[in-house]
Design a protein around this ligand. Structure first.
Ligand SMILES: NC(=O)c1ccc[n+]([C@@H]2O[C@H](COP(=O)([O-])OP(=O)(O)OC[C@H]3O[C@@H](n4cnc5c(N)ncnc54)[C@H](O)[C@@H]3O)[C@@H](O)[C@H]2O)c1
Length: 366
């Protein structure tokens, strides 16, 4: 198969759909890989690295789309790319169709085969191509939180690890899922005192088993949250209710109970956030302050560390890309039920019901 890797042109996206290691693997399996010139620069992978791995470098995005059977990328195609997509071409990338009607209509019109990373689902119902991004965001949340606790950026002026003779900082983690556990682990590694909360006892039991004793689990309810926000320096929001808006566990009135300079990193911002005062921010302008509480709520946190994020993402997407290349999409999806769940639009027809529901469309019309 001929596989094309275009440069991401969405604003501020520095990741790339494949690493040189991925190219090497595909070429080893007798596939041809076209990489657009400088596509990997933002992630620290340069043309020469791809050439050495066996790729062919093409100058323009037009060539990559027009010469490839399958496009592997990171973000959904943006308007400038719509007309480049070929009928019958496989697009393997993040789409998030339910959040964009124009994108959905454009992909129906293109008659491409759209396989979405975010809906590939394993037997346990987890989303293996989303997990690495939550891992990155969870770990990064502590790094960012520690920075914004510094006084010059209006934080409390607390060093999370403390020093001999001074108690460490306190971190409250809401949600003991992928984000929460990675955040707790990083905070514990810095020497901070960590309280982690969830409503799922299985998760709390697991955390209790694997974390050191200065990570304390507590059941999540309003009473306990109100108690802890008064004494914790950094609060991480990592809750998720599948397919729904995140619950507001911290309401506006609670900010007054916190000490000035407390920092909230609401990772769940992409699902509306678990703090009432959360609104999405960007890497250019990541924080704002309400009632002396610093809010960090960047909607695409992994974008800050594209080198790590690209490798983490392609580690999990490559095995599926290889299957698609080796067998073709029909046989690959037939053989692999997890990958099949990624099929969203096939040759102009929506095959993922949530998209139809999201727009209130009649099934017969699409
Ligand atoms: N901002 C970013 O860049 C970024 C990056 C990755 C993930 N995310 C978001 O982070 C959030 C968490 O993702 P995840 O992968 O860790 O999800 P996850 O499903 O692994 O974990 C969510 C946890 O929240 C718990 N929970 C639900 N209701 C709760 C409550 N009332 N109190 C406490 N815990 C509760 C669940 O039991 C679960 O353990 C999601 O909204 C995800 O989209 C954001």
């Amino acid at each position: 198969m001929i596989i094309g890797i275009p440069k991401e042109i969405k604003n501020n996206e520095s990741r790339v759909g494949i690493t040189p290691a991925g190219v090497f693997e595909l070429v080893k399996n007798n596939h041809t890989v076209y990489v657009q010139s400088n596509a990997g620069d933002g992630s620290g992978f340069f043309n020469n690295d791809y050439l050495k791995a066996g790729a062919i470098i093409l100058d323009t995005i037009v060539e990559v789309y027009s010469m490839s059977d399958m496009i592997v990328k990171v973000k959904e195609p943006i308007a400038e790319e719509y007309d480049l997509i070929q009928e019958g071409q496989i697009l393997f990338t993040f789409f998030h169709f339910a959040s964009s009607e124009p994108l959905t209509k454009a992909m129906i019109k293109s008659k491409a085969i759209c396989i979405a990373y975010e809906t590939v689902e394993d037997e346990e119902g987890t989303l293996p191509l989303l997990t690495p991004m939550s891992e990155v965001a969870g770990r990064l949340a502590i790094q960012q939180g520690a920075k914004y606790l510094e006084k010059p950026v209006k934080g409390r002026g607390v060093l999370l690890g403390g020093v001999p003779g001074v108690a460490p900082g306190k971190v409250l983690v809401l949600g003991a899922g992928v984000v929460g556990i990675q955040a707790a682990k990083m905070a514990a590694g810095l020497g901070a005192h960590v309280t982690i909360m969830d409503i799922n006892m299985k998760r709390l039991r697991y955390v209790n088993d694997v974390m050191p004793p200065h990570v304390v689990t507590e059941f999540s309810n309003e009473f306990n949250i109100r108690k802890h926000i008064k004494t914790h320096d950094l609060i991480i929001g990592g809750v998720l209710l599948k397919g729904a808006k995140a619950p507001n566990l911290i309401t506006r009135d609670m900010l007054k109970e916190m000490r000035p300079g407390t920092v909230i990193v609401d990772v769940a911002v992409d699902q509306g956030g678990c703090v009432e005062t959360t609104r999405p921010t960007t890497h250019e302008d990541p924080v704002y302050i309400i009632d002396d509480v610093v809010h960090y709520s960047v909607a695409n946190m992994p974008g800050a560390v594209p080198y790590t994020s690209t490798i983490a993402l392609t580690n999990v997407t490559l095995p599926y890309a290889l299957k698609l290349a080796n067998m073709g999409w029909e046989a690959a999806c037939e053989k692999d039920a997890c990958l099949k769940k990624g099929l969203n639009i096939i040759s102009g027809k929506i095959v993922y019901d949530e998209i139809i529901r999201a727009f209130g469309w009649e099934k017969t019309l699409v």
